[in-house]
Design a protein around this ligand. Structure first.
Ligand SMILES: Nc1ncnc2c1ncn2[C@@H]1O[C@H](COP(=O)(O)OP(=O)(O)OP(=O)(O)O)[C@@H](O)[C@H]1O
Length: 841
């Protein structure tokens, strides 16, 4: 299938010829020679005297430790160059920090810049070089990295500037920009006639540059790097723009160009994008010292512990935050705040930085006044690990990181001094409803309905008496007459009776409800059910006792609560959280996306005491995970359907976009499930053997548990013999193997390549919901919405490639026309089919 050029190929197209540059090689040779001639004092330099490079100098100061920061674009270079480059940079930075004048560092001056900056080239070894900026004595910023025989020339031709909008340092690799714009495939000559005989195109047919409508002034005012304009003016086709945006451009430039290309008008770009990047202070274009110090010029890696960790993993590099993300992470809210945004827009990243910000402002102490919670234990473990990478043990020490169900359970254990009984998993809870119905001889209400009614009406609305339930609001759940409600209530009582029999069992929903009541009673000074132990006996759910220095009423467990995956929390969960933190500034900070809701029902937060209307509700729209092509395909799954904003309003994916470009989603059709499984195995094997994608970077999502087992078996069997790992409750760990799981299990994860198999009519959504189409249209709509969201979540886990397959007829959720462009799985297996068409390395 034809698609836009893939990112990896674009990246590798390095210039082989000389292009217009900023510094001549001759100058470079002279500068290098000067540095070699300079006396080697073995001492650091202090500004104002000593050796001069292009008009600025720094005098010796042995006592000062060298500070090294990393620019966002160097960070991107590192990501592209891979682990070996990261190790080389880590090693270089460590040596630099230890001794700025260590001769083995092989640094040479390139040129002066502005009033107080100078550029330096450094050889890192293994044909790797870095471009550094020195702005103050012993303060350097790594600006760019290149690798290969042309590394020196490429670095010398980078133009750097201070953005008048953000005040940050911006780089444009002129070589890369020119190559990406110029290296277009020959224009097709559809007539087949030799080009020389083709008639001269009339003037008005000449191709129009894509950004012709916007003059240079407008573009730079919006934030496009001025040095990019010559290359940008040559862009006449989307493919050129894709290639350009696929390069390592300043983030603000990418952001603005992507928005303009998607049709946003300059005023909206100014309002929604440029203003978020704009610095509050005056930007002096010659003051590199100030520019290098602005947060927007740095990835936050000044922490020596983080730098030391450089050799251990790429994740050790902290993220460069988009100014909007940075603001949300650090701004003060009068009370609670809610951040929504499509998949991959960095909500979790913002939540993590928010936690760090809150902890940084705590007075010293030994307690954990900040809670970070999310939907399940896997995600909580992942959050804890990411938090550790962000702020080390010091940060983790002050934060309780727990899944919401674990938290609720601990509340019960603490209050009752004994466990609440074994919680049934979802299937076991359904089985119990079946049993109850059988025993009662009731066949008109199905188990799934009863389970949902119990959780989302009876527990959610706290219907403690039948009368309350008979009056309960059931908006969007269809009609339920009084006799049926009476029946539901009776069955519910029988259900609870079963749970209380020995050995006692319970459900997560009941645990959450009980925990919420206990917490509410505790803050109100009363008790619920069994005795609550005195504080002195309590273990640390969050510790009710606080540091004397922290101004929180002792009855509250936390001072701040941060919630990820908020869309999947139930009303009981929110009641519990509300009771754990006093109503005060920055009390609850929640991030979520109703488009990704696959467990809970719509909860109106405002009704549960969590008020986030107005400026306390923000939305993120820039996706960092997925390519624009995959995003377009995924958006089609949900567009045209209404989603809430976790409150009483409506949310949309308006403005949702990505600056990454790559392959379009690939579709495969098969006559039957067996053929489809074989084709998926063949495609995965090919990606591994031909493009080197590790098995662990690929995942297959299927509709149900049975399909997981069958597919695992097919992949492991001859002739493929692929290693597989089932995505289970405990997470995939580090084991090598293709990840296989139901699409539900994809929540919160991301993979380089995602395969969604069995996306067939009757499977997605499952045909069993057809019975509701006429009997219960509300339920039918809800089940479809849930299935749609599940597919949306799974599809948006893909970073570089999304492959969707089905057998028989395609699911009607899939975009219109995908069946007609689908490849034939049977032909692939017989060797007659097209190549798999993926070149994403
Ligand atoms: N400013 C940024 N620069 C670069 N990468 C970023 C930035 N913010 C987030 N990312 C990356 O984007 C990916 C998605 O981020 P994150 O998981 O926080 O998004 P999310 O909105 O929580 O996604 P989802 O809702 O799908 O779970 C991650 O790989 C993250 O590291």
């Amino acid at each position: 299938m034809a698609g836009p050029p893939d990112r990896s190929r674009t990246r590798r197209r390095r210039p082989r010829r000389r292009l217009h540059g900023t510094v001549s090689t001759c100058w470079l040779a002279r500068a290098t020679q000067r540095s070699m001639d300079a006396p080697r004092t073995g001492r650091a330099l202090e500004r104002g005297a000593g050796t001069k490079y292009g008009g600025e100098g720094w005098r010796v100061n042995r006592a000062m430790k060298t500070k090294v920061t990393v620019s966002p674009q160097a960070h991107e270079d590192l990501r592209r160059l891979g682990p070996a480059a990261k190790d080389a940079v880590g090693d270089f930075v460590r040596r630099l920090r230890a001794d700025r004048n260590n001769r083995s560092l092989r640094m040479s001056p390139l040129r002066a810049t502005g009033d107080n900056g100078r550029l330096i080239l450094a050889v890192l070894g293994g044909q790797r070089m870095a471009l550094l900026l020195e702005t103050e004595a012993n303060r350097l910023t790594v600006l760019a990295l290149r690798q290969g025989t042309l590394a020196r020339d490429e670095l010398a031709r980078i133009t750097i500037d201070i953005s008048p909008v953000s005040g940050g340092i911006e780089l444009v690799d002129q070589s890369e920009a020119s190559v990406n714009v110029l290296a277009l495939p020959e224009r097709a000559n559809s007539s087949g006639a030799p080009q020389t005989t083709a008639p001269q195109a009339p003037l008005h047919d000449l191709p129009v540059p894509l950004f012709a409508r916007h003059d240079d002034d407008t573009l730079t005012r919006l934030g496009v790097a001025a040095h990019l304009l010559p290359a940008l003016r040559q862009v006449i086709e989307d493919r050129q723009l894709d290639a350009l945006l696929g390069g390592n451009l300043p983030m603000l430039t990418k952001d603005v160009l992507t928005a303009l290309r998607s049709g946003m008008d300059p005023d909206d770009v100014q309002r929604h994008i440029t203003s978020a990047w704009r610095t509050d202070e005056h930007v002096d274009p010659g003051d590199w010292e100030r520019a290098a110090r602005r947060p927007v010029s740095q990835v936050d890696t000044e922490d020596p512990a983080v730098l030391d960790a450089l050799g251990e993993g790429f994740e050790a590099w902290r993220l460069f935050l988009h100014p909007e993300q940075r603001r949300l992470a650090s701004v003060d809210f009068k009370g609670s705040a809610k951040i929504t945004g499509g998949p991959g827009t960095g909500k979790t990243v913002v939540a993590l930085h928010r936690v760090k910000h809150l902890v940084d402002r705590l007075p010293p102490g030994d307690t954990r006044p900040v809670l970070l919670t999310t939907y399940n234990t896997n995600l909580a473990a992942d959050l804890k690990e990411r938090l550790r990478l962000l702020g080390g043990a010091e940060l983790i020490r002050r934060v309780d990181v727990k899944s919401i169900d674990q938290l609720a359970r601990e509340v019960l254990v603490e209050a009752w001094n004994e466990p609440p009984g074994r919680p049934l998993d979802d299937q076991a809870a359904l089985d119990l409803w079946h049993t109850v119905c059988l025993e009662a001889g009731s066949y008109d209400l199905d188990a799934a309905f009863l389970d949902s009614e119990f959780q989302h009406v009876i527990l959610a609305q706290r219907c403690d008496t039948p009368q309350l339930y008979y009056r309960a609001e059931r908006r969007g759940r269809g009609q339920l007459q009084r006799p049926q409600r009476i029946r539901v209530w009776e069955l519910m009582q029988a259900y609870r009776e079963h749970l209380s029999q020995q050995p006692r069992t319970t459900t997560y929903a009941i645990v959450a409800d009980q925990a919420a009541r206990i917490e509410e009673a505790r803050v109100n000074g009363s008790t619920v059910g069994p005795r609550i132990r005195p504080e002195s006996e309590q273990h640390n759910v969050g510790r009710t006792r606080q540091d004397a220095s922290i101004d929180v009423a002792p009855r509250f467990r936390y001072r701040h609560i941060v919630v990820d995956e908020a869309q999947d929390l139930s009303a009981s969960h929110w009641r519990m959280l509300r009771a754990m933190v006093p109503q005060a500034a920055n009390d609850i900070f929640l991030v979520g996306d109703a488009h990704q809701r696959i467990y809970a029902h719509h909860v109106v937060l405002g009704r549960l005491g969590i008020e986030t209307r107005g400026r306390a509700s923000r939305r993120l729209t820039l996706n960092y995970r997925t390519t624009q092509q995959i995003l377009v395909g995924a958006r089609e799954l949900v567009c045209g359907h209404e989603f809430d904003d976790l409150d009483a309003g409506v949310d949309t994916l308006d403005g949702y976009r990505s600056v990454l470009t790559g392959l379009a989603p690939q579709y495969w059709r098969a006559p039957d499930w067996r053929t489809e499984m074989s084709a998926v195995a063949a495609l995965i094997k090919e990606r591994h053997e031909r493009y080197g994608t590790p098995y662990s970077a690929m995942a297959v999502g299927v509709p149900d548990g049975m399909a997981v087992e069958q597919l695992s078996f097919a992949l492991q069997s001859a002739p493929y013999r692929l290693p597989t790992v089932e995505l289970g409750k405990i997470g995939p760990g580090q084991v090598d193997g293709v990840r296989i799981g139901t699409m539900h299990r994809f929540k919160g994860l991301e993979f380089q390549r995602v395969f969604l198999a069995g996306i067939s009519d009757g499977q997605v959504p499952h045909q069993s919901i057809e019975t509701f189409r006429r009997t219960n249209p509300d339920r039918y709509r809800q089940e479809r919405q849930r299935a749609r969201s599940t597919l949306f979540v799974a599809a948006t886990r893909a970073r570089d490639e999304l492959v969707v397959s089905w057998n028989g007829m395609a699911s009607d959720f899939l975009p219109e026309g995908c069946a007609s462009q689908a490849h034939n799985a049977a032909e692939l297996l017989s060797g007659d089919g097209p190549p798999s068409g993926s070149a994403v390395a």
